[in-house]
Structure formats: structure tokens, C-alpha cells
Design a protein around this ligand. Sequence first.
Ligand SMILES: [Zn+2]
Length: 143
Amino acid sequence: MACERKLVESEATTGFFVLLGTKGKKETLEWCMKANLIASHYECPKCKKNMRLLERKGTVDGYEWRCRNQSKDNRHDVVRSVRKGTWFSESKLAITIFLRLTRYWFGKSMNAFVVNDLKVNKNTVVDWYMFCREVCMLACVKE
Ligand SMILES: [Zn+2]
């Protein structure tokens, strides 16, 4: 199938997935930005400057967009999740989990194996597998 071939051809992608378990949160986010899975920059709605990606302990992604301005005329402190407006925005699971789910789907791994390996709910696996199938089908139909 055309989509499958395209995925395999991308060596950078394959290499990344193999090493996924060893990647830090920052590296994972940067990869997602390069792959256009999440936005690579955000404009602050208050001052129109680019927001900064800052480390934030205790959040599932480890980082978030922030713009803090202390000046008197435009004082604000805007915080934005890195996954806002993405496929992951409704979920509490780490993005790494979704990437690994996708990898397992691509390798046709059995649901029970994935549930055990990633320690996720069976419904999460079923839903994400279905989602992957839809995305791939749409891509094929478009070609
Ligand atoms: Zn701002």
C-alpha cells in the first residue's frame, strides 16, 4: 500500500521510533514539531510576540508555551498547552504513548500485547488503532 511504503521510506521516522524509549520529553516534542504533529510556535494572543517553550514539572508533556509580560500597560501571563488544537488535546496520556501506539499499530501488534506493554486501557488501544486506520485510509483516498 502506498501509505505503508511512505512510512517505511522515512528512515528518520523509523530510527526515532526504535529509540523512542530513550528520548527525553523535549526531544520528543521537537520531533513532533518537525513532523507537524504539534505547533512549532505560538503567537501570544495578548502581545502578538512568539511565546516561549518552557519546562513545567508536573505536566504530562513536561513543557508548555508561556508569555509573561510585567510592563504596566500590557501586563499578562498566558500559558498554553503544547497539545492545544492537536489530535492529543483531549487526552491525559503522554504523547510518547501515542507515538508508541502508532508504532505498534504499524507493526500490527496484538491489542493484548500493547495493553500490557504500554500499561494503557484496552479501549485506548482500540480507539487509537481505529483512528490510525481512518487517517491512513483518508490519505490513500486522497492520493
Ligand atoms: Zn504576550
